[in-house]
Structures are given as structure tokens and as C-alpha cells.
Design a protein around this ligand. Structure first.
Ligand SMILES: Cc1cc2nc3c(=O)[nH]c(=O)nc-3n(C[C@H](O)[C@H](O)[C@H](O)COP(=O)(O)OP(=O)(O)OC[C@H]3O[C@@H](n4cnc5c(N)ncnc54)[C@H](O)[C@@H]3O)c2cc1C
Ligand code: SF4
Length: 330
């Protein structure tokens, strides 16, 4: 591991200034992803700016009835917060489906959003990888890609984003706040992760050196009936091979509002707009749920080794929507 300088920031402007002064510096949250990547040589920062003591560890109501979640709130505290559990239960379920209790105690909200892909070629510095080394190629397209993307990928990169939390945040139209040396800024979650295109190494819309300061959840009444379902290859402590965050508002058997986001299928948490368009105003029935899933998955372009994900995601969407509709009918 390269030798590095360690600084602990006490306030937000101080943290931003420390990073601004050194293009080779990185913010350190819980370190549960960054330190692993430093050990393998994927990340070689000259300086770590520890942000865990910043006063960004609160979850507070907003004036319009949403919630503001600080960037250094731990994954455990986020999942356990009574207002998150009551008003956005899919978010609690998504966070609890990720990693392990010990990791969630360390991991922060900001770090979770910015964790890197689990593609094996990305993690292996002896292999080419366009995301790690732009222009070097993407061996996953012809190689091991069984848990890679089926939506929105290009021949330049087929990696998926590993966050469970992000899938629920995508369904609820979260907004990411950040701070740079020029002042505060915001990004709608829909614009936060960049399309892959031919620049897979450019992952987010954050300006250089930006510190994520928090996430705002707007008021989403339908989120009170929401669910996160994750499929993985082991019962616990494993990344998703497919996941769904869904909220469903049903009245007299008709869908008034559906929100749907998919995980482990794309380079970012994938908002299923095509499916939502089919669902909104339609009967809350399995036929329509299947039609909605098909509408979303029409854009799927699987590789030989991950075509199973298309069937898996169809079944998952239908199952979760059916459960929510049954609950609504009770
Ligand atoms: C064994 C294992 C299993 C896991 N399983 C899952 C899983 O099933 N689902 C899942 O979602 N995740 C899983 N994870 C990933 C885990 O959730 C992430 O490692 C964690 O959320 C990252 O948070 P952190 O605070 O530790 O980030 P760090 O490792 O500290 O940082 C990650 C990145 O974010 C940047 N960063 C951190 N904070 C900020 C900030 N405020 N502003 C700007 N940049 C920032 C860092 O510079 C770094 O680039 C697993 C991890 C491990 C090790
Ligand atoms: S899928 Fe992306 S991360 Fe994996 S090898 Fe290809 S370019 Fe690298």
C-alpha cells in the first residue's frame, strides 16, 4: 500500500479545502470500501481526509414533510431511524439487506453511494479495465460477466453499481447535496450517476473535490407502502444479483401511483420509468404487473452469461408488486 497522509476534518469547509489542496486526496467515510481498494492498489491516494467527525450525522425532517439525511449517518442508524422505517420502509429494508451488521455500523451514507463496482477485473490491477484504466478495454464483455449489467451498458463497461440503499433512493426521487470550494450544490438522484457511454471511469455528476453533505428525501406518501426485495447467491452477506424497490398506491383496485427501481442490473440504481408508465392508472393485477416488467425489460441487452437476469427481474418485479397490491386490498 502506498504511504499516505491522514487528516481528520472538523468542519465542512475545512474538509473541502483539504481535498481541494491535493488532487490525489480522497475523503474517508467508514473506509469499508476505500481501504479495501487501497490494499489491492486500485486506489492510491496520497492523503485521506476523514469526514466521520463532521457535523453531518443527523436525520431531520424538512419543512415540506420530507427527510434530510446527513452524509456521515451510518448505514445502521439510517436503517433504524423511526421516521425512515415508518415513511420509507423500503429504504430500511434495502440498507439492512446490505453487507453485515459490523460493516453497516461503520459505513456512511455518502460512502455507500460512492462505493465502487464489485467487477472482478476492476479489483485486479493486473487486468485491463476501462473503468480503472481508461482505454485499456473491458475483459468482462467476453469474460466473466454473470453478475453484470443487462440495462444501459455499453461495450466499454458492463459493470453494475453494488449499492442496495441507492435503489430505494432512486425510487423515492432523492436529491444529493454536496459542497465544493465554490459553495453548495445539489443533484437530483436521477442525474447523479452518469450514463456509461465511452467514459465508464466518470461515474457521478459530482464536481471534482465535492464533499457529499447529505441526501434529501421528498415527501412520498406512497412510500409508506413500499418494499425492497433482494436476490443473492447466499442468504446473507452477499451483493445482489437482482433487486427491486417498489411503492404502490392502489385505490379501488386501480394503481394511483407506482414507483419502481431496480438494482444490480445497470451501472447505477435503475429507475423503471417504462414499467411505471404501464402501471399508473392500470388495474392492480398480475397481468399488468407482468406487462410493466416486460415494458422495462424490452431495453435489456444481456450478455451470454447473464441472460438469466432478465427472467429473474421479471419474476421479481411481478412478485413484489403482487405482494404490495395484496397488502393494499386487505
Ligand atoms: C464484505 C462486504 C459486503 C458488502 N455487501 C454489500 C451489500 O450487500 N450491499 C451494499 O449496498 N453494500 C455492500 N457493501 C459495501 C458497503 O456498503 C460499502 O463499502 C459502504 O457503504 C461504503 O461506505 P463507507 O462509508 O465505508 O465508504 P468509504 O469506503 O469510506 O468510501 C467509499 C468512497 O466514497 C468516498 N466518500 C466517502 N464519503 C464521502 C463523502 N461524504 N463525500 C464524497 N465522497 C465520499 C470515498 O472517497 C470513497 O471513494 C459490502 C462491503 C463489504 C466489505
Ligand atoms: S465491466 Fe467495467 S469495471 Fe468490469 S472490466 Fe469492464 S470496464 Fe472494468
Amino acid at each position: 500500500m502506498r504511504e499516505f497522509d491522514y487528516r481528520r476534518a472538523d468542519d465542512v469547509p475545512g474538509a473541502v479545502a483539504l481535498l481541494d489542496a491535493d488532487p490525489d486526496a480522497r475523503y474517508l467515510g467508514g473506509g469499508t470500501n476505500l481501504v479495501d481498494l487501497m490494499r489491492t492498489g486500485v486506489e492510491r491516494p496520497a492523503r485521506l481526509v476523514d469526514v466521520r467527525r463532521l457535523p453531518l450525522d443527523r436525520i431531520e425532517p424538512t419543512d415540506d414533510g420530507g427527510l434530510r439525511i446527513g452524509a456521515t449517518v451510518t448505514n445502521s442508524d439510517l436503517a433504524a431511524h423511526p421516521e425512515v422505517r415508518r415513511r420509507y420502509p423500503a429504504l430500511t429494508e434495502a440498507v439492512l439487506a446490505g453487507a453485515s451488521g459490523q460493516l453497516r455500523n461503520m459505513a456512511t451514507v455518502g460512502g455507500n453511494l460512492l462505493q465502487r463496482t464489485r467487477c472482478g477485473y476492476f479489483a485486479d490491477v493486473t487486468k485491463p479495465c476501462n473503468k480503472r484504466l481508461p482505454g485499456s478495454g473491458c475483459p468482462a464483455v467476453e469474460g466473466e460477466h454473470h453478475n453484470h449489467a443487462v440495462l444501459g451498458a455499453t461495450e466499454h463497461c458492463v459493470a453494475v453499481h453494488p449499492s442496495d440503499m441507492g435503489v430505494a433512493l432512486a425510487a423515492f426521487d432523492a436529491v444529493v447535496s454536496y459542497r465544493t470550494a465554490d459553495g453548495p450544490g445539489e443533484s437530483a438522484f436521477a442525474d447523479f450517476y452518469l450514463p456509461v457511454g465511452d467514459t465508464p471511469h466518470r461515474e457521478t455528476a459530482l464536481p471534482q473535490g465535492a464533499l457529499v453533505t447529505g441526501i434529501t428525501l421528498p415527501p412520498v406518501p406512497s412510500a409508506a407502502r413500499s418494499r425492497y426485495r433482494k436476490v443473492r447467491e447466499r442468504a446473507s452477506y452477499a451483493f445482489a444479483i437482482g433487486s427491486v424497490a417498489a411503492a404502490l398506491d392502489v385505490s379501488n383496485g386501480v394503481v394511483r401511483e407506482a414507483r419502481l427501481a431496480l438494482g444490480a442490473v445497470a451501472s447505477r440504481p435503475w429507475r423503471a420509468h417504462a414499467a411505471e408508465r404501464v402501471l399508473n392508472g392500470a388495474p392492480a393485477s398480475a397481468d399488468y404487473f407482468a406487462a410493466a416488467a416486460d415494458a422495462e425489460l424490452a431495453a435489456a441487452r444481456p450478455l451470454p452469461g447473464n441472460a438469466y437476469k432478465v427472467t429473474l427481474m421479471r419474476n421479481l418485479m411481478v412478485a413484489v408488486l403482487s405482494e404490495l397490491a395484496e397488502e393494499a386490498a386487505r
